[in-house]
Design a binder for this molecule. Sequence first.
Ligand code: HEC
Ligand code: HEC
Ligand code: HEC
Ligand code: HEC
Ligand code: HEC
Ligand code: HEC
Ligand code: HEC
Length: 321
Amino acid sequence: MKPYFKKGLILFSICFLFLSNLPSFCQKINEPIKKKILENRECFKCHGGHFYYYYNDWVEKDIRERMNPHFVVDSTKFYSSNHKTFACIDCHSYEYEEFPHSGSLRMEPIYSCMDCHGGDENSAEFNFEQIEENFINSIHSNKHGENFTCWMCHDPHTYEINARTNESIVDVVEYANNICLNCHTNVEEFQILTDNKNPDIFDTHNWLPNQSSHFKSVRCIECHTEINDSILVAHKILPKDQAVKKCVECHSTNSLLMASLYKYQRKENRNAAGFINAVILKEAYIIGANRNIYLNWASIAIFGFVILGICTHTILRIIKK
Ligand code: HEC
Ligand code: HEC
Ligand code: HEC
Ligand code: HEC
Ligand code: HEC
Ligand code: HEC
Ligand code: HEC
């Protein structure tokens, strides 16, 4: 055999071995997530749209019903949310697999963010403890205590981190403001907490010139929270009489906005100019370590196949001798 032919053959068998094993290998590591997606599909059959079907034993036929719009979960948003790797029954009782759902499930206790994230090393970068402290001292908690939960601003099925990852300030502003406006322009949501009249936000801010353009370029929290350097998004909403009203707080160089909203942009610019600072390095490292487990596995696999290839090569040479 010509040496290059032999080498070609070995290379070919290595590639063949690797490629033929890749699908089953990927399947194995994806198994847990796949299982959850299949489980969730059962729930989405009914909770994914505005109608659902079930077989009615009493009248012995299939029934098509309206789904309560508040109980609809958008699957696209769910699978891009922070908790996209979750099965519904990781947070909800597995008894929901039965339909009709048992009436007592309505009283199931719900997890709080801190049940899972409190003291968790993997989410240390977010500083949940400080956020919680901020939140407990906010005007919302002062007025409504435990009835005001983190979930009210962070929809359990759609919330996705934004300021931290989104490059566009406009999108970051829109995302954050919609969280507030969801209650402050919506009586139905607002009155879950109180029978008080919902003040008209656009009326109460009419002292602000070009209001709509301000609401598009600054977040509500810029004027309504105390800046906190140890967390990225301040959570201590102050009473209204402490809100920022002075134009110069923003309309000057070295302003409030530089310290809050634009701190991300400044970080981006620094990065683009090549000044990679320790914080960014640290985040990139954490992201690499967390997110790319599949890549890590794949690289271990490739390494394994290379070793295997070398061994085959050596054995072949010994046999030939
Ligand atoms: C056959 C349709 C159907 C399936 C499948 C289904 N649900 Fe439901 N679900 C409903 C309907 C209808 C309601 C409205 C209230 C009721 O009937 O109990 C509901 C209500 C709920 C509620 C709100 C209960 C409340 O009163 O606050 C939760 C939570 C829930 N479902 C979770 C799930 C989960 C998790 C799954 C999957 C394991 C699931 N459901 C599968 C139809 C379904
Ligand atoms: C990260 C945890 C988590 C996951 C995952 C999750 N839920 Fe929920 N879900 C909650 C919490 C918390 C509430 C209660 C929210 C509230 O009362 O403000 C809730 C409420 C609901 C409700 C009632 C809606 C309401 O406003 O009361 C339905 C229906 C529901 N979930 C269905 C699902 C389905 C279907 C899935 C899977 C696609 C799912 N949930 C996955 C945490 C979760
Ligand atoms: C039942 C446990 C549980 C609850 C409750 C929970 N989380 Fe999580 N959360 C997790 C886990 C586990 C991850 C990591 C998921 C992953 O890496 O796929 C996570 C991820 C996150 C992330 C990081 C997402 C990313 O892309 O890095 C944020 C932010 C987050 N959760 C916020 C919250 C907030 C805010 C709440 C409450 C409103 C909350 N979580 C409630 C378990 C939970
Ligand atoms: C009044 C509304 C509100 C409440 C209540 C609230 N948050 Fe937030 N939170 C926000 C907004 C707005 C953002 C910015 C969203 C973005 O850009 O990622 C945010 C962002 C976050 C982030 C991401 C910050 C980052 O570093 O990327 C975490 C984590 C978080 N909140 C946790 C919590 C926890 C835990 C609670 C309860 C103790 C809570 N939040 C209560 C409005 C709220
Ligand atoms: C430029 C700063 C600024 C921005 C941006 C801003 N606010 Fe305000 N807000 C104020 C000030 C100042 C007051 C107090 C007004 C007064 O008492 O005359 C106030 C008052 C309020 C009140 C109390 C209303 C009442 O009459 O009880 C609410 C609620 C509120 N703001 C919510 C929001 C929301 C939601 C957003 C984002 C859409 C927002 N604010 C954006 C400065 C701001
Ligand atoms: C779940 C609904 C809900 C969400 C979401 C929400 N709020 Fe509120 N907020 C309320 C309620 C209810 C009150 C009125 C409290 C009262 O007077 O009983 C209030 C009061 C306020 C006040 C007036 C405080 C005062 O001194 O009277 C401000 C300012 C405010 N919210 C800002 C915000 C900002 C900024 C956000 C977004 C980060 C936000 N809210 C998100 C429900 C909400
Ligand atoms: C929280 C920070 C903040 C405060 C407080 C604030 N502004 Fe602004 N203002 C902005 C931002 C951000 C823009 C948009 C700049 C841009 O788009 O380039 C803006 C834009 C404007 C514009 C131009 C609007 C347009 O459509 O081009 C005017 C005029 C203005 N502000 C006046 C004021 C006045 C007067 C006050 C005090 C009553 C005030 N602003 C308070 C942040 C603020």
